[in-house]
Design a protein around this ligand. Sequence first.
Ligand code: NDP
Length: 330
Amino acid sequence: MKTYFDSDASLDPLRNQTLAIIGYGNQGRAQALNLRDSGLSVIVGNLQDESAKQAEKDGFPVHSIPEAVERGDVLALLIPDEVQRKVYDDVIAKRLRPGQTLDFATGYNIHFGIIAPPKNIDVIMVAPRMMGAMVRSSFERGEGSPAFIAVAQDATGKALEKALAWSLGIGATRAGVVETTFAEEVELDLFQEQAFWPIILRNIVDTFEFLVEKGYPPEIVALEMYGTGEAAEIFGEMARAGLFKQMKLHSPTSRYGTLSGAQNLPFRDQLRPFMSQVLDQVRDGRFAQKWQKEQQAGYPVFKRLVAEAEAHPINEAEVRMRKLLKFKTE
Ligand code: NDP
């Protein structure tokens, strides 16, 4: 496994190239600002809307998406994954020139064959492992945030150098950039979203419901579980010190309770079949097909799930929880 840092990369493959950021959203804005601050030539392609106004305000040349595709040498597709195929089919595909580079921030659409670019362009991935706002703020602090990179097509023989140059430009090589594949990035990402986080989410919701049923005040239960921000700090320490090593920061009572409780969970043997099922459906493309059908139908299941989540009593408990302490809400 190879990790690249600043000294392993050069901006040269992207100098004298026009970098077209297609979609000035979370990642688009952060990456555009960082690349420009690194001295590269950046333009923005966006719909005529608020994001376009923001890009103009930030001082970028803003074009329609077709125009940006024509002007750009590297095209970073930083619009939501669900709309990339339509924008690619309707606007991008017919304008592609040999030697251009298509850059993605996730392997999803290439790996599942939803977008199939011609063989005469480079296809690279620079996938920050961080939200856009943090890609920008960590760059401004001089730290950078890590990313995965991969090459799916190397028409020019320079695809990897371009991916590294992009990583250097957005500040990712300051923290470290790990070379992976489109498949590995997307499979791990989807597995994380569909197995790892649901178990945590279910645990929080069920714990909340159980303890409220047992008579504890809802806002105190939410505060105890995650409301003070301690849980976020613990995750931070897991990254810095280690999963088990960070436990030294907790009391012996807490460590004993957590370690013995984790060994004795009655449903542990059911986790692996659940994880296998999720991973199989991610790997063989069944999830991607199901999600595409959901999009085509107008997101009926997704909308229902969001509505149910927003109606859950934990939302009300959080309002009261925030009144208990001095919360910074913005
Ligand atoms: P956003 O949702 O923030 O992107 C929005 C941008 O796409 C806006 O400029 C938006 O314009 C434009 N857009 C939306 N719909 C369309 C459309 N139909 N046609 C043209 N433009 C459209 O995206 P993200 O930054 O979250 O994601 C971009 C890529 O980065 C994705 O591949 C994602 O998987 C990846 N990624 C995202 C991360 C994150 O931090 N969110 C982390 C790592 C990777 P408008 O203003 O009109 O909405």
